[in-house]
Design a protein around this ligand. Structure first.
Ligand SMILES: [Zn+2]
Length: 120
C-alpha cells in the first residue's frame, strides 16, 4: 500500500511505482476551467492538483481525488499513451462511479473470503 507523506499543509507526496507524485491543494482551480473542475493530473509535471474548496468534501472530495489518481495510474502505466483522451476519461469515470462506491464493500468481502479460505 502506498504511503502518503505530508510536506506542507497543502502539499503531499504519493509514491507510486518508481516515482513520487506531488499532490497539491490549490485555491481557485475550478475558475481556471470552463467546466466544473475539482482536480487535474499534469502528466508532464507529475503533479496531481485538487481544489482547495470548502464545498469539496466527503464523497465529492474522495471521488475527485480518486478520479485524478486513476488518470495518474493510466499515465504512469503507459495505457493513456495508446488511447484517445475520451476513452481514458470514460475509463476513469467508470472506475470513479462504478468501482469506487463498492470499493469498501469489496474490501470487507475480501476479509470474509480470507477467513473462509483459512478455515476460521
Ligand atoms: Zn478526468
Amino acid at each position: 500500500m502506498a504511503r502518503i507523506t505530508q510536506n506542507k499543509p497543502t502539499s503531499y507526496t504519493l509514491p507510486i511505482s518508481l516515482q513520487n507524485v506531488k499532490i497539491v491543494m490549490v485555491d481557485g482551480l475550478a475558475s481556471r476551467h470552463e467546466d466544473e473542475c475539482w482536480g487535474e493530473f499534469s502528466d508532464n509535471q507529475g503533479v496531481l492538483t485538487i481544489s482547495l474548496d470548502s464545498s469539496l468534501k466527503g464523497p465529492a472530495l474522495r471521488g475527485s481525488l480518486y478520479h485524478e489518481v486513476f488518470h495518474m495510474v493510466l499515465y504512469i502505466s503507459g495505457i493513456s499513451f495508446i488511447m484517445e483522451e475520451k476513452m481514458e476519461e470514460a475509463i476513469v469515470r467508470s472506475l470513479e462511479n462504478l468501482f469506487l462506491p463498492i470499493k469498501d464493500d469489496v474490501d470487507k468481502l475480501l476479509i470474509k473470503l480470507e477467513k473462509v479460505s483459512s478455515g476460521k
